[in-house]
Design a protein around this ligand. Structure first.
Ligand SMILES: Nc1ncnc2c1ncn2[C@@H]1O[C@H](COP(=O)(O)OP(=O)(O)OP(=O)(O)O)[C@@H](O)[C@H]1O
Ligand SMILES: [Mg+2]
Length: 234
């Protein structure tokens, strides 16, 4: 099968919009006829009581992309505590099986044109004492997209994230700035140009706060207008 490209979507922090944006990109690319796979290799949090998926993120990624893959492939590791994977593994007294994560990722890459992988937390979120999300990305040999905010404090978080990517020699396609408020403070309005200047990376898109973000078609419409999806697939 013709292989387009895969991306690991990470962020400067938890709650920065990785799922909302990945799901919207997946929805749009599927509409363009791309055979897409989605993955959330490790998820933590309260298990959903309804629906086929324990993780809310996984349910959203699945619904937006309409993939046929099963839960064990989309989300090989789920730990039912709202903490980092390493903390969850300590509390639950188990070791996270990275072998199954890489095996399922390999399967997805072989069976789809493109795979969008959502990270967990940020790049230095621990999976084990000496194994971080950055180690997982490195081992997947996958290009990364970094989701950031535009509020005060984001320059520091973004530069640190990009510096760690450089240290790990993880290629970064660019930044997506989420929750942008064009009527916001100076810091907010300057964020896109300053983040570009200090990281030297392309800004792949600027996404405003979206009222009806829960509806995949609404978020996808915003993403299509604000992110050059052709640049992601070329
Ligand atoms: N542009 C936006 N406009 C409005 N709400 C948004 C936007 N982006 C994200 N959200 C909402 O903000 C919350 C956090 O976003 P999301 O779950 O995508 O973050 P995340 O980075 O995936 O978090 P986690 O680290 O928990 O996986 C969610 O309720 C999400 O739907
Ligand atoms: Mg998420």
């Amino acid at each position: 099968m013709f292989f387009v490209k895969s991306y690991f979507v990470t962020g400067t922090d938890t709650g920065v919009g990785k799922t909302a944006i990945t799901a919207a990109i997946a929805y749009s690319l599927r509409k363009r006829g791309i055979d897409l796979g989605v993955m959330k290799p490790i998820a933590t949090g309260v298990a959903q009581k309804t629906g086929p998926f324990k993780s809310e993120d996984v349910a959203l990624l699945h619904d937006s992309s309409q993939v046929k893959d099963d839960e064990k492939t989309i989300n090989p590791v789920f730990l039912p505590l709202p903490v980092s994977p390493y903390d969850a593994s300590k509390i639950l007294g188990l070791k996270i099986d990275m072998g199954i994560v890489f095996e399922r990722y390999g399967y997805l890459v072989k069976s789809h044109q493109m795979v969008l992988v959502e990270g967990i937390g940020g790049i230095m979120t621990p999976i084990a004492k000496d194994f971080f999300v950055a180690d997982m990305i490195k081992q997947m040999s996958i290009e990364t997209i970094v989701v950031t905010r535009s509020t005060l404090g984001t320059i520091n978080h973004t530069v640190m994230t990009i510096e760690m990517c450089r240290k790990y020699e993880i290629p970064v396609k660019g930044l997506i700035i989420n929750y942008f408020d064009e009527n916001g403070t100076h810091a907010e309005r300057n964020a896109p140009s300053t983040l570009h200047e200090v990281t030297g990376l392309p800004i792949l898109g600027i996404i405003p706060f979206v009222k009806d973000y829960q509806k995949p078609e609404v978020m996808a419409n915003i993403v299509e207008k604000n992110i050059d999806l052709n640049a992601l697939i070329s």
